[in-house]
Design a protein around this ligand. Sequence first.
Ligand code: CAA
Ligand code: NAD
Length: 317
Amino acid sequence: MYSAISKSAPLLARGPSFSTTSMASISRITVIGGGQMGSGIAQVAATHKHEVTLVDVSQEALDRGKAYMAKSLKRVAKKKHAEDEAAQSQFVAEIMSRVSLSTKPQEAVSRADLVIEAIVENLKVKQDLFAQLSKAAPQQAILASNTSSLPIGKIAELLDSQRKQRFIGLHFFNPVPQMKLVEVVRTKEADQEVVDSAVAWVKAIGKAPAVCKDTPGFIVNRLLLPYMMEAIRLLERDVASAQDIDTAMKLGAGYPMGPFELCDYVGLDTIKFIVDGWHKDGEGLKGNPLFASSTKLDELVKQGRLGVKSGKGFYDY
Ligand code: CAA
Ligand code: NAD
C-alpha cells in the first residue's frame, strides 16, 4: 500500500534503514577501466584518503585517465583555494599521490578490499574480467560493477557462490566528482553485510546511496534511457532540431542538460550498448519498441561520433 513520505524527512532516513556496519575495512580500492567513469571513481576515492589502483589495457589509456583526473581535480582545487595557486597544486598532487596506475589486473586486485569495474559495457568482456580477477582478489574483497544496464547477477555468473555473496552493483553517475548518487544494486545472492558495508562506504566518500534490486536500468537509467531514446526519435521524425529539443527541455522542464547534450556526455556507444542489450534480451524489456535500434544513433556510432569523449557526437566539441 502506498504510504506518504514526509518531504522534510532527511534523504538517507527514508525507505529501508541503512545499517552503518563496518566499512573501516575498506581502504584499498582497485578500479578497473580508466575512462570517464573509472577515472572519476578513482578520483573520488583518492580524495577521501583511499589508496587507489587504476587499471586499464594500455599505458596510453591510463595516461588519458590520469589526465581526466588531473583536469577535474584542478577544477575542484580552484574553488577550494581560489586565490592560492601553490595550495591548488598541492591539493591536486596530494590526491594524485594516492593513485597508482597498472596494466596488470590480477596484480592490482591482489590486496584490494573493494574492486570496482568500469570497463566497456559488454557482458562477455565483464564476465571474463571477473573470472580472471576472482583468481587473484582476496576472498574477503567486495567485487562491484559500475554497469549501466547489465544484470549484476549475470556479470557474476561464472564466479563461485562465495564470490557471488560478495558481488554487487555500485552505479556511479557522470560526472562522478559532481553527481551525488550511487545506486547500490543488491543481487539475490549478495550478503546483507556486503550491501551494508557498501552503503556505508558510499556515504564515507561523500555520496548518497540508493539501494535497489538487480533489474534492468536499476532506477535512474530505467527512467532516463526511454527519455533519451524518445528525444532521438523526435529528431528522426524531424519534429525539431537537436538544439531546439535541448533548449525546450532545459528551459521548459528545468533539466541541467538537454537530451542530446546528455547523450553526448554519457557516450553514444554506451547508449547503443544499453538499448541494444535490453531490446535483445533485457528481462521484461525484450522487444520493447522504446529500445528498438535507431538509425540515427547507429549511424553516429558507426562514424565514431561517440560524443564528448571522441570530440563529436550530436554536436561537435
Ligand atoms: N569534475 C569536477 N567538478 C565538476 C565536473 C568534473 N568533471 N563537472 C562539473 N563539475 C562542477 C563544476 O566545477 C561546478 O561546480 P560549482 O557549482 O561548485 O562551481 C558544477 O559542477 C557545475 O559545473 P559547470 O558550472 O561547469 O556546468 P553546469 O552548471 O552546466 O553543470 C553538470 C555541469 C554538473 C554536468 C550539469 O550539466 C549536469 O548535472 N548535467 C546532467 C548530468 C547527468 O544527468 N548525469 C547523469 C548521466 S546518466 C549516468 O551517468 C548513468 C549511466 O549509466 C549512463
Ligand atoms: P569509457 O569508454 O570512457 O572507458 C572505458 C575504459 O575501459 C577505457 O579506458 C578502456 O580502455 C577500458 N577497458 C576496456 N576493456 C578493459 C579491460 N578488459 N580491462 C581494463 N580496462 C578496459 O567508458 P565509461 O563511460 O567510463 O563507461 C564505463 C562503464 O561505466 C560502462 O559499463 C558504462 O556502461 C558505465 N557507466 C557509464 C556512464 C556514462 O555516463 N558514461 C555512467 C554510469 C556508468
